[in-house]
Write a protein that binds this ligand. Sequence first.
Ligand SMILES: [Zn+2]
Length: 239
Amino acid sequence: MPTVELKSQITNLVKLQAIDSEIYALRSEKEAKPQEIKVLEAAFEEKKQNLATLEKKLLDLLKQRKDFELELASKEEATKKLQSQLYSLKTNKEYSTMLQQIQDSKADASVVEDKILQAFEQADKIKTETDTEKSKIKEDEKFFLDEKKKVEDRIKVIDDRLAQLEAQRKQVIPEIDQKIFSQYDRILANRDGLAIVAVMDNSCKGCNMLVPPQVVNLIKMYERLITCEICNRILYVEE
Ligand SMILES: [Zn+2]
């Protein structure tokens, strides 16, 4: 290929690389987006789960309190029953035994009463906690939806830009020799979206390794495409 021709081919490759670098960066950014949404979603789900746990705890406590109240009622009923039997007793011994039973039954009831009071206190505490979390969850949901929308909007911007870049790419490619293009395209796919790199201060801008002066001279002769011995990318010199 004549020198002038190869020089202009390289100019086109550099132009194409600028487009492809942007495409590569945007695609990488876009690929990470679903994971970003997942992370936001998981954080919100965790908060919802916490609230559900609190609500369940409150329900359990209320149910437990109800059970204690039933238990208290039956204990009070038992005490009443004993008391009603008190006057039908014949002997003093029977009478004092019954009095003791009534005493015990009242003591039992008092223990259950304490449990009810405790359940009230605990339920109040958890109710306050639940109410606080409930009002916070609305903010959390708003935050989640806002952040999710930001990510989705960014994806739209990326898609629009990618479409523009693809169109630009289609304009540049026909100006490149097919063999040169397929070499470029192969390296692009294998080398993280970077196929042609400048040599600056005797080093390859793709891998930062030294490019010997004789190789730089070869590049400047524009007789054929020269690639980096280390990273295999096409080399060029800015003039
Ligand atoms: Zn290199």
